[in-house]
Design a protein around this ligand. Structure first.
Ligand SMILES: Cc1ncc(COP(=O)(O)O)c(C=O)c1O
Length: 371
């Protein structure tokens, strides 16, 4: 049994507001900010003398990330954002042929392909959902890449990655894991994922500037990246400026000196989450979104998120007239949610309570009566 109230104490934001907007950005928990501060103290006192320790710590975090998504550490690179990771992927495969995506995607998933002139074939979701059967019906021979978010940012539809992996054939399967990373399981091998990108500032709560790229080892061998920096090479410490023998590992995408505080934040978040239990966190968040959905239904609000248990996530979106205005008015009451796709998106995390949700629903009803 997890003591969720004890977990909540690690989140100072709970003293000042009801924060239900983790699909936008998560507040950094104390154990994570402590780890980041430890790095800055070391930098303050020791400058570069800590470098070997930091490199060692970075590799430990790489292993933790790999374990979390069932990959190998040589398949993991640290990036600054999902967008950066998606661009590294597109650099390799955008020229291989058409890509398949759906019209609900966050632009970070599709822009890198469109920018490179790749034809994108669009799936129109039905009732806010893109089923694996719908994906299958679009898999014409010219489609070389399947692009999908794990969880859709507007309505929280959770994709069945393993079902898509099972039908992908020899196409590339590229996953934007941003809205599921940290609280929903990811098994890159079982789902036959070729490439995955995420950031760490939402559900992982490890701050802006943290990101992860997964590249299946097979593609590390096959493709040569077009981006490379002095630290992409096998022996950066030799300062060789007349050749470029790149590392074989995904860390070849880490072009310059490492963004240590962001990497350490990811590591500390994974430690914190693991201690609580990843599956406990998943269950807790899905419980909270279930409670919220039931409350909203009782208030006769039309839910835009999927109801099928396997497709649910940490995001609940519902229809609301004047959504932007209502969100602003709730903000004035220090209750934070977002407007997305014309509705209101609510995204609780593990430290939120049922009381937070009831407070939100009560305030929502008041606002709806007045607007
Ligand atoms: C699905 C998805 N991908 C990507 C992003 C943005 O990621 P980044 O700013 O790290 O590129 C968001 C932000 O809302 C998102 O919801």
């Amino acid at each position: 049994m997890v003591n969720w109230l004890a977990v909540r104490r690690h989140f100072p934001i709970t003293d000042r507001c009801t924060y239900l907007d983790h699909a936008s950005c998560g507040p950094m928990p104390k154990p994570v900010s402590c780890e980041v501060l430890r790095y800055y103290r070391e930098l303050e006192g020791d400058a570069d003398f800590s470098w070997p320790r930091w490199i060692k710590r970075r590799e430990e975090v790489r292993q933790k990330v790999a374990k979390f998504i069932h990959a190998s550490s040589d398949e993991i690179a640290f990036t600054a954002s999902t967008s950066q990771g998606m661009n590294f992927i597109a650099e390799l495969i955008a020229g291989e042929g058409a890509a398949l995506a759906n019209t609900l995607e966050f632009p970070a998933t599709t822009v890198p392909w469109i920018h490179r002139g790749t034809t994108v074939q669009w799936i129109e979701p039905r009732g806010g959902i893109v089923s694996p059967a719908q994906v299958a019906s679009h898999l014409k021979p010219k489609i070389k890449t399947i692009l999908t978010s794990y969880v859709q940012y507007q309505n929280g539809d959770r994709q069945d990655l393993e079902a898509i992996g099972a039908i992908k054939g020899n196409r590339f399967f590229v996953v934007n894991a941003t809205q599921g990373f940290g609280y929903l399981p990811i098994h890159v091998n079982r789902a036959r994922i070729d490439f995955l990108a995420t950031n760490g500032y939402k559900w992982m709560m490890s701050g802006y500037g943290s990101g992860i790229l997964y590249v299946n080892r097979r593609w590390l061998k096959r493709f040569r990246p077009s981006s490379a920096g002095w630290r992409s090479v096998e022996h950066p410490e030799r300062f060789e400026n007349r050749s470029a023998v790149l590392k074989r590992e995904a860390s070849r995408y880490e072009l310059g000196c490492p963004p240590f505080p962001h990497i350490f934040a990811i590591g500390a978040a994974l430690d914190f989450f693991r201690e609580i239990g990843f599956s406990n966190i998943e269950k807790r968040i899905l419980h909270l979104t279930h409670v919220l959905t039931e409350e909203l239904k009782r208030s006769h609000v039309r839910i835009l998120s999927p109801s099928e248990p396997a497709r649910r996530s940490g995001i609940v979106t519902f229809e609301a007239a004047n959504a932007r205005h209502v969100v602003k008015r709730l903000g004035a009451k220090r209750i934070y949610v977002s407007e997305r796709g014309g509705g209101i998106r609510v995204a609780p995390h593990m430290y939120n309570t049922e009381s937070d949700l009831l407070r939100f629903v009560k305030a929502l009803k008041e606002e709806m009566r007045h607007s």
